[in-house]
Design a protein around this ligand. Structure first.
Ligand code: BGC
Length: 284
């Protein structure tokens, strides 16, 4: 016989709250003052993590992200560092160890574009993109892995000894004329991520990638700010809308949580179908 609600001693079920899948975890999100990084830092705070908000230039925006995370009842602070600089990265991790004690999740998100036709691309444009997008991910991952190996699994926090999410792009797969430095950096991120994932998986460290397509952020304003540009962009997106930073942030929460514990060395494409090569729908 079914029990009446009163028999449970509580006529109304408790209000449903979103599960805090990252409760008690310490996260570092690079490039978190705007765009995808900002959305991930906020979603991590909502999911119960304490968050270091790394930024390179915009202190005010970074502080706003920090304030919003604190309003969720989590700890957060902003830290300026250029991820392409070894000393900056070392200092960022030393401070995190001092303030938070450890790191459970690294999101290697900081990235930039310096576009030019190939024959006009300067060495400094090439180096700037490889430096931040690829070398920056190496430097941060190296620090995080060192701490994950030292600490090992903390069962009350996560079943894994640490998680790294490497922000890639659909351009780890789709060649991109006029952006050879960017595409090369993301192809590099993909193979660094997979090689590292293979190396550290036996230590219960999970390394994965996210490859966003066109997401409405400052990096690609030209692709969506006019009606004409937006219509052209939609010809590349079977799902017929641009992505929002939150589309990526929700996936990052899942990849960082124990819900994805058997996901190792994978790249999650979040692109509305951009990598389905929509040009072939009616041709080829
Ligand atoms: C780039 C954006 C671009 C998107 C799709 C991203 O990785 O940063 O500028 O809109 O790929 O091409």
């Amino acid at each position: 016989m079914a029990l009446s609600p009163a028999a449970h001693g509580n006529a109304q079920p408790p209000p449903r709250r979103a599960p805090k899948v990252l409760a008690g975890q310490k996260a570092l999100v690079t490039g978190a003052s705007s765009g995808i990084g900002r959305a991930i830092a906020l979603a991590f705070g909502q999911a119960g993590a304490d968050v270091v908000v790394n930024y390179v230039a915009n202190a005010r925006q970074a502080e706003e992200v920090v304030e919003e995370i604190r309003r969720c009842g989590r700890k957060a602070y902003a830290h300026q560092a250029d991820v392409s600089q070894e000393d900056d990265v070392g200092e960022m991790f030393r401070r995190m160890m001092a303030e938070f004690g450890t790191i459970d999740i690294l999101v290697n998100n900081a990235g930039l574009q310096r576009d030019a036709p190939f024959h006009e691309m300067t060495l400094s444009q090439w180096n700037a993109v490889i430096g931040v997008n690829l070398t920056g991910q190496f430097l941060c991952a190296r620090e995080a892995i060192g701490e994950f190996l030292r600490r090992g699994v903390a069962p009350s926090v996560s079943v894994a000894a640490g998680k790294i999410i490497c922000m890639s792009s659909v351009h780890q797969e789709i060649p991109w004329a006029g952006h050879p430095n960017y595409a090369a950096s993301k192809g590099g991120v993909m193979m660094m991520m997979r090689s590292l994932a293979q190396e550290v998986a036996p230590h219960r460290i999970r390394v994965n990638g996210i490859a966003p397509g066109a997401i409405r952020t400052a990096i690609n304003t030209a692709a969506w700010e006019t009606q004409e540009a937006y219509q052209k962009l939609l010809t590349l997106i079977p799902y017929q809308r641009i992505g929002q930073p939150e589309d990526v942030a929700r996936a990052a929460v899942w990849l960082a949580s124990d819900d994805s514990d058997y996901v190792v060395g994978a790249t999650l494409f979040i692109d509305g179908g951009m990598t389905l090569y929509p040009g072939f729908t009616t041709a080829g």
